[in-house]
Design a protein around this ligand. Structure first.
Ligand SMILES: [Zn+2]
Ligand SMILES: [Zn+2]
Length: 153
């Protein structure tokens, strides 16, 4: 157990100070199973840095590369653990987010139970936003900052 007593549960998970099994751990992000899975596979990818919500992200290279890295990690894990299924990746926007630490939902369908899909379906400006939509919003406008990025989408 680390000495710190951060009130944020996801910060605690990111610093490996909980018993949560990390599916992925690098210098920027960690991934783990959703505690209350809504699909065949349901993982969360979170930044190690405490960023509260998608509203705290801006159109700039750092935020864009962080989110595209989160998406790459999620795709890699689902490709490994649930190949040949349909995936959905995205974020809850306030006030629909449950934990105030940015987290990418990585879902391999089907939803279980089926009605849970409503939580992960884009329904407007306060609902779920798919990761590729968010990336389009964050994509820097300076041409030399986004070489190759189209390959990530
Ligand atoms: Zn946090
Ligand atoms: Zn959420």
């Amino acid at each position: 157990m680390a000495g710190g007593s951060s009130p944020c549960i996801f910060c605690q998970i990111a610093s490996s100070s909980t018993s949560t099994t990390l599916l992925h751990n690098d210098e920027k992000v960690v991934a783990f199973q959703d505690i209350n899975p809504s699909a065949f596979r349901h993982y969360l990818v979170i930044p190690k840095q405490h960023i509260p919500t998608v509203r705290n992200l801006q159109r700039r290279a750092d935020d864009y590369s962080l989110v595209s890295h989160m998406l790459n990690v999620g795709q890699m894990l689902l490709n490994r653990d649930a190949p040949q299924t349909v995936y959905r990746f995205g974020f809850h926007q306030p006030p629909m987010n449950s934990v105030n630490h940015l987290h990418l939902h990585c879902l391999a369908l089907p939803f279980i139970p089926r009605w849970r899909q409503i939580k992960y379906t884009p329904l407007g400006p306060v609902g779920f936003i798919e990761a590729d939509k968010l990336l389009k919003k964050l994509k820097p406008l300076t041409p030399n900052l986004y070489d190759c990025s189209d390959e990530l989408l």
